[in-house]
Design a protein around this ligand. Structure first.
Ligand SMILES: *Cc1c(COP(=O)(O)O)cnc(C)c1O
Length: 352
């Protein structure tokens, strides 16, 4: 979801942005109007996430999946080694991509437990000469989130935050690089946010494609080529909406309350269950099942008819997944819990 206020603002400005006489979709990215938009977007994100001056903020393309390759191209260049914590499908994909470019290994994994929790690690879990350690902070498909920030000592920590960016405050200084495809919690698909510490750029492999090169992107203020202008404009509106609504502390409070409504209900009954370990529950993606594949299917279909959309779990796990990103109001979660109660009452499970 995107915040309704943001959609309305975009609607109001759709045909004519300010007194430019045109839509943002029609602007030259080199126009003064657009340069103000992209620069304001960056400023707003810096303020929102409290990003220190020694970090670059880049607007890139190709989604988070492109970063699976861009990260090793740019960072796996000192010792040609990187350590991956595999806690779900996206971190696995990131690891598989990195293996093409160097000595990438799995430092910890919860694959054996069907990714029901995030593995614990200590400094000793990582090779001391790894160029970086990669994690996926919130595992969208499995509904888990890192309950801790791994201690990697001096090794830069790289985090895919696609499905939790701006859902709560994070200490950016604990990370060497944070990236996020915008379409889960920030903006329409098409832009990827990269927040990278300055000392980590400028060491890319010589064969790095220009479009993947953080240094080139930073030196050109993310406008080495035409950026995804509309998506960045939408992201700017969302950043401003977040700032106007209390920033990330307020989001965290709101998101905690929303998630608690669902988890408290799940814990209070035995019709539904969640496969996710209590230690690693995500605030953004709540995964649950009835334990019966036919009922799960009926649940998603009946819920959609009742106006509760997109509740089908990812094709690789089945069941249900409620994605309750920033813009989902508390009322949306209340409506879901009410529907779950009704569905359970009307669809008794057959005695075994
Ligand atoms: C959705 C998602 C991706 C994939 O993003 P694309 O932008 O489609 O490449 C990667 N990582 C996480 C955590 C995601 O949620």
């Amino acid at each position: 979801m995107l915040p309704l206020e943001v959609l309305k603002k975009a609607q109001a400005e759709l045909l004519c942005y300010g007194d430019s006489g045109m839509s943002v979709m029609e602007m030259s990215h080199r126009s003064p109007e657009y340069e103000a938009i992209i620069s304001d977007a960056q400023k707003a994100l810096r303020k929102l996430m409290n990003i220190p001056d020694n970090y670059k903020v880049l607007f890139m393309q190709g989604g988070a999946s492109t970063q699976f390759a861009a990260v090793p191209y740019n960072l796996m260049t000192k010792n040609n080694r990187a350590d991956y914590i595999v806690s779900g499908q996206f971190s696995k994909k990131a690891y598989q991509e990195a293996k093409k470019y160097g000595d990438a290994v799995i430092a910890a994994s919860s694959a054996g437990a069907n990714f029901a929790f995030v593995p614990e690690t200590t400094r000793e879990s990582f090779r001391p000469d790894a160029d970086y350690v990669h994690i996926c902070f919130n595992n969208t498909i499995y509904g888990t989130k890192f309950p801790y920030i791994p201690d990697t000592g001096d090794i830069p920590l790289v985090a895919d935050m696609s499905s939790c960016i701006c859902s709560e405050p994070v200490d950016v200084t604990r990370f060497g690089l944070i990236y996020a495809g915008a379409q889960k919690n920030l903006a329409p698909a098409g832009v990827t946010i990269v927040i990278v510490r300055e000392d980590l750029i400028g060491h890319a492999r010589p064969d790095t494609p220009a479009m993947f090169d953080y240094k080139l992107m930073a030196d050109n203020d993310s406008m080495y080529n035409t950026p995804p202008c509309w998506c960045i404009y939408m992201a700017k509106l969302v950043f401003e909406w977040l700032l106007e609504n209390g920033g990330l502390e307020a989001m965290q409070k709101r998101n905690k309350e929303k998630a608690a409504l669902l988890y408290d209900y799940l814990d209070s009954q035995d019709y539904y269950s969640t496969p996710v370990d209590r230690s690693s529950r995500s605030m953004m993606n709540v995964v649950f099942v009835t334990g019966n594949a036919d009922l799960d299917k009926k649940f998603a279909a009946d819920a959609a008819k009742a106006g509760l959309k997109n509740l089908k779990g990812h094709r690789s796990v089945g069941g249900m997944r409620a994605s309750i990103y920033n813009a989902m109001p508390r009322e949306g979660v209340e409506a879901l819990v009410a529907f779950m109660k009704k569905f359970a009452a009307e669809n008794p499970k057959e005695e075994a």
